[in-house]
Design a protein around this ligand. Structure first.
Ligand SMILES: Cc1cc2nc3c(=O)[nH]c(=O)nc-3n(C[C@H](O)[C@H](O)[C@H](O)COP(=O)(O)O)c2cc1C
Length: 184
């Protein structure tokens, strides 16, 4: 058995999703995976080519993935304007097209962050991503949500540990074997 090669691509306005992506990375490392962490602002789409698993992570904005307007709203609430330029929605629009038809597609896992007190609301960025990529023919092996206490955070107690455990479990859901390319 070879090593499972993973890239985690995250979007984060206030740093909560980014911190949880770090926990997922630690969990995957516990399980022996080889991982690259990439901010959506700088992640090239070709990173996917050599990876067995791509973990996508984003905050839930207005029940789904962020848009330029919702990111501007986050900046109004104190987020770094540098994070407002792009998001996972934009990155995903060209994802399928960027992969050669002949290449084997990596498996996808996705998580979002949501406000704990609003957990009764149906919206989830992770569900939007899973639906979009599922329609494009990707195998979505798992999706989940982690919680924050308010719009700017902090991460709800216990969620860092949950994220690490989730990461640990992900490594067992995919088979290693993608030919080495890109960052993987
Ligand atoms: C414009 C805007 C809309 C939001 N809409 C929702 C929502 O519909 N449901 C929810 O649970 N949280 C919502 N939130 C809270 C975000 O989920 C929260 O800011 C995010 O999880 C924090 O992650 P980050 O620090 O990585 O940006 C919203 C936040 C903003 C700024």
């Amino acid at each position: 058995m070879g090593t499972v090669k993973v890239v985690i691509v995250f979007e984060s306005m206030f740093g909560n999703t980014s911190a949880l992506a770090g926990d997922v990375m630690a969990g995957l490392a516990d399980a022996g995976a080889d991982i690259t962490l990439a901010d959506v602002a700088t992640a090239p789409r070709q990173v996917l080519l050599g990876c067995d698993l791509v973990v996508l992570a984003a905050p839930t904005h207005a029940l789904t993935l962020s848009r330029p307007e919702s990111r501007a709203e986050a900046v109004d609430k104190g987020a770094d304007p540098a994070h407002a330029a792009t998001g996972l929605r934009e990155w995903l629009t060209t994802l399928a097209a960027s992969l050669p038809v002949t290449s084997s597609r990596p498996s996808i896992a996705v998580f979002d962050t949501r406000v704990r007190k609003a957990r009764h609301l149906p919206g989830s960025a992770a569900r939007s991503v899973a639906r979009t990529l599922g329609k494009s023919g990707f195998a979505v092996v798992d999706r989940t949500s982690f919680y924050v206490e308010g719009i700017t955070g902090p991460v709800t107690p216990g969620e860092h540990e949950q994220a690490r455990a989730w990461g640990r479990g992900l490594a067992g859901l995919v088979r290693p074997g993608a030919p080495t390319q890109g960052v993987c």
